[in-house]
Design a protein around this ligand. Structure first.
Ligand SMILES: Cc1ncc(COP(=O)(O)O)c(C=O)c1O
Length: 438
């Protein structure tokens, strides 16, 4: 057997061992999974929470730690895929939600909390001159796109390979049947000239460019300033609505990534942490675009949703963003993320293993290559073996990480928590260095 093959089969063997240790250590999670699979397809309610051989069922959480139903405790580095910014328990949010409940739910009318919250969001993200609430980031992206299509009377939407805008708009080489039937035009992320050419060629048909200013689920890949600036300039010239999907990235700076980059999109979508732990979505933009939702001035778009202004989300969301994730707290957490990413990158360099972490601030993704990564196709087609082995071995060491390698920090985390994680990664890289190099 040649050396590369031998090393690879060592990784396969290591994975088989890690899987059997995982199964032996988690009998209750396994039983829950088998029971769940009878009523929930694949045993779950959310695709990203599933991993093989079966996901851990989580019983409780406190600070930045969670405990599974087999009573193992973990540092929660999944961070609810960026929504879990406040950690597992946050007293001001609990108080806000409880007070709202005590004042009465399902009030069947507009409330003052939604006004206060909208005013605060608009102040923090000035491009959202007006906004509307909904119940998820997916809905927010859908509504924003519908507003843009209606306002421009054009059908198409330009999206980027590898970006994610919610469960209604999944796309890849083949658009799946469960997606909304929008005419999508696809370009490559960070491809300045290619995208410019596609935009110009389709100028009369494209309603909107929908883009994550940092690609999140696709691998925590930052949009370059040249790319984002080109999008701003070209869309302005062509009368195309530029929508920044900041569902995930708005936590990266006090005014989102648009604030960090000094770019004002026409529309923005929000989700995740803004709900203070509860289901949340919001979309907004210039008054000129949002007037289409205003029946008083001839707007003909009707946006509905039973829970859009529910008092629990409106109350917890405002307290979370204004009092807990203040601009100062935001800067601190993202500096901690930059420090962790640098430490992980240093491990890859020092050990001469193709390993790095991409992203900015407190949202990052581990990658199994050492070259620059500016779009998803630059991520080497790493065998699933390495990702799965890494995940199971981190879990074994007390660090709950996502199989895709995504890591999201939360406010209760301290440098000491992350130092332990860096140590665990160092152990892993040293143990498998020869196989990883091969
Ligand atoms: C960039 C982006 N847009 C939209 C969504 C969809 O949000 P939700 O899961 O709240 O529907 C997500 C979720 O991960 C996201 O990361």
């Amino acid at each position: 057997m040649n050396t590369a093959l031998k090393e690879r089969s060592e990784l396969d063997e290591a994975l088989a061992g890690a899987e059997s240790r995982f199964a032996a250590a988690n009998p209750k999670s396994r039983a829950r999974h088998e029971r769940a699979a009878a009523v929930l397809p694949a045993g779950h309610s959310r695709q990203t929470l599933y991993f093989a051989p079966f996901p851990l069922a989580i019983a409780t959480g406190k600070g930045c730690r969670i405990t599974d139903i087999d009573a193992h405790e973990y540092l929660n580095l999944v961070g609810d895929y960026a929504a879990g910014l406040f950690g597992q328990q946050c007293e001001p949010l609990q108080r806000a939600a409880l007070e709202a409940m005590q004042a009465g739910i399902s009030l069947s009318g507009p409330n003052t909390r939604e006004v206060e919250f909208a005013e605060y969001i608009s102040k923090r993200i000035p491009s959202m001159e007006q906004l509307r609430f909904c119940n998820s980031g997916s809905e927010a992206c859908l509504f924003a796109t519908l507003v843009a299509r209606h306002a421009t009377r054009r059908p198409k939407v330009l999206v980027f390979n590898g970006c994610y805008h919610g469960g209604f708009m999944i796309y890849g080489a083949v658009d799946p049947a469960l997606s909304v039937p929008f005419a999508l035009v696809k370009a490559d992320y960070n491809d300045v000239e290619g995208t410019r050419a596609i935009l110009r060629a389709n100028a009369n048909d494209i309603a909107a460019v929908l883009v994550e200013p940092v690609m999140g689920s696709g691998g925590a890949i930052p949009g370059t300033p040249e790319f984002l600036n080109m999008l701003r300039e070209e869309t302005r010239k062509l009368g195309v609505v530029l929508i920044f999907d900041e569902v995930m990235t708005s936590r990266l700076g006090p005014g989102g990534v648009q604030g960090l980059r000094g770019i004002r999109p026409d529309m923005t979508t929000l989700g995740k942490f803004w709900g203070g732990g509860f289901a949340f979505g919001a979309f907004g933009g210039s008054r000129e675009l949002m007037r289409h939702l205003d029946v008083r001035s001839g707007g003909t778009l009707s946006q509905a949703g039973t829970f859009n202004n529910n008092v629990i989300t409106m109350s917890a969301g405002l307290v979370g963003a204004r009092d807990v994730y203040s601009p100062d707290a935001c800067v601190r957490l993202n500096a901690l993320g930059d420090q962790l990413r640098e430490q992980l990158n240093e491990l890859g360099r020092a050990l001469k293993v193709g390993f790095q972490a991409t992203g900015i601030g407190g949202v990052m993704n581990t990658q199994w290559s050492s070259g620059p990564i500016t779009e998803p196709s630059a991520v080497l087609p790493v065998s699933a073996t390495v990702r799965r082995l890494f995940q199971l071995e981190m879990i074994e060491r007390g660090y709950y990480v996502a199989q895709r390698g995504m890591i999201n920090l939360s406010l209760p985390m301290q440098e000491s928590d992350l130092a332990g994680f860096v140590g665990a990664v160092r152990d892993f890289l040293m143990r498998y260095a020869a196989s990883l190099r091969a």
